[in-house]
Design a binder for this molecule. Structure first.
Ligand code: FNR
Length: 419
């Protein structure tokens, strides 16, 4: 009702309410490269379309003859009651959208009690996000590294900085065929963006020092492409000292920047994440572990068998495979297999409150939002992120009430009709 009241009193919203207008406003606010990176998907973007179309196969069934004067959006997630069934998905490289990036998102999420999943490719170290919003609920998303030292270090830092769970993303062991990025010859990582978790990490710094000290020929080298030069310089600027006044090429010749970029390329390439690696993760942290990128019931089963504490159904917002299975289509099967044993996070394609209601009714414990909050961030920083979340939450609340329900945790298939 606050949102309506503000509207009636003529207060202009900081971000457009309609998701399509929100995206259009972000396109204007962001550089062409940043917008392409955030909005784009794999190949011809059929998965993104399929993610949205999957929602069209379900309808919310209105039930007016019920008293819905008090409604509760709270759900239990990871052993705690949460005020809302919303979660923020991990988005890397948010410095492309706004200079305050993860700090702004962390503050916005904390202000609404929405848990925020910090990305492995964040623009600020997780400790700084914790300091920016000390009371916020945070999860840490890990890309399992080829370096065990780095994995252990990141897990320990997540624990120490107060993250409530670890999210291991499974679906990015190869970077997707991102047509828009390729057309713009743009890869943010090669510009040294989204590397704050690494450059702030003692295990990473140690790996860099060891490599810099290794005699030439001992360490496998990288090919010196212009991108590697750019990456070396950016990493050097953020992590290791740059030789002032020297040319790009001279800097790359100096051992520290070269070692930094070589180390980054080494540790970032994730090997196949097998049961053995999951067992290590299980051993190295006492935090609950959620596996993100599950779209097959058998993989959900494998996660349960490996002692994981949650399933995150996602196809990375359609950024990895063109013509992938849309997530909403597989949610009911996965929910059936999981049978309430662990929580299910759902994402990819959620744009409004009615979408969230459908996912919750089909078995999601909480629903995660990706691109829409990045758009809010690009348009209006922290305020924009908060407004995007408030709009989704307001629509969830209204839809719930109109469906004759008073509690988000009551939502089940009876609230829906299959088309
Ligand atoms: C992502 N996603 C992602 N996932 C992850 O596990 N680690 C990451 O660093 C990122 N980075 C990232 C950047 C950008 C710009 C986007 C759009 C997405 C995937 C993300 O967590 C989530 O799964 C999808 O964004 C959900 O789909 P929607 O809501 O964007 O359709």
């Amino acid at each position: 009702s606050d949102i309506y009241r503000a509207g009636i009193s003529g207060t202009k919203p900081a971000v457009p309410i309609d998701p399509v207008a929100l995206k259009a406003a972000a396109r204007k606010a962001l550089s062409a490269e940043a917008f392409a990176y955030i909005a784009g998907g794999a190949g011809s973007e059929r998965t993104m379309t399929a993610n949205r179309r999957a929602f069209d196969r379900w309808q919310v069934w209105p039930r007016p003859l019920r008293d819905v004067s008090t409604r509760d959006l709270g759900v239990e997630f990871l052993g705690r009651m949460r005020p809302t069934p919303l979660l923020l998905a991990p988005l890397g490289v948010m410095e492309m959208a706004h200079a305050e990036a993860d700090l702004a998102v962390g503050r916005a999420a904390a202000s609404l009690g929405v848990p925020y999943t910090l990305s492995n490719q964040a623009s600020f170290p997780m400790e700084e996000v914790a300091d920016a919003a000390p009371h916020g609920s945070r999860l840490f998303q890990l890309y399992w590294s080829a370096s065990d030292d780095l994995n252990r270090s990141l897990l320990a830092r997540a624990e120490e900085s107060g993250c409530e769970a670890i999210v291991i993303t499974l679906d990015t062991h190869l970077l997707g065929w991102r047509t828009r990025d390729l057309d713009l010859a743009y890869l943010p990582f090669t510009r040294g963006m989204g590397i704050a978790q690494y450059t702030s990490d003692p295990a990473f710094q140690q790996l860099v020092r060891e490599r810099a000290a290794a005699p030439k020929g001992d360490a496998p080298g990288v090919r010196v492409t212009p991108r590697a030069v750019a990456a070396a310089l950016m990493i050097a600027r953020k992590g290791a000292p740059l030789t002032g006044g020297a040319s790009l090429r001279d800097n790359l010749r100096s051992p520290l920047p070269r070692a930094a970029v070589e180390t980054f390329l080494d540790v970032f390439s994730t090997p196949a994440l097998t049961g053995e690696e999951l067992a290590k993760a299980r051993e190295w942290t006492s935090l609950p572990i959620i596996l993100k990128g599950i779209v097959h019931p058998d993989d959900a089963q494998a996660a349960l068998d490996a002692g994981m504490d949650g399933i995150w159904i996602s196809n990375h917002g359609g950024r990895q495979i063109d013509r992938s299975v849309p997530t909403l289509d597989v949610l009911p099967e996965i929910a059936e297999r999981v049978a309430g044993r662990v929580p299910i996070v759902f994402d990819s394609g959620v744009r409004g409150g009615a979408d969230a209601v459908i996912a919750l009714a089909l078995g999601a414990t909480v629903v995660a939002l990706g691109r829409p909050y990045a758009y809010g961030l690009g348009i209006a920083g922290e305020v924009g992120v908060r407004e995007v979340m408030r709009n989704v939450l307001a629509e969830i609340d209204i839809t719930l009430g109109l469906a004759g329900l008073t509690s988000a945790s009551q939502l089940d298939r009876d609230a829906l009709r299959k088309v």
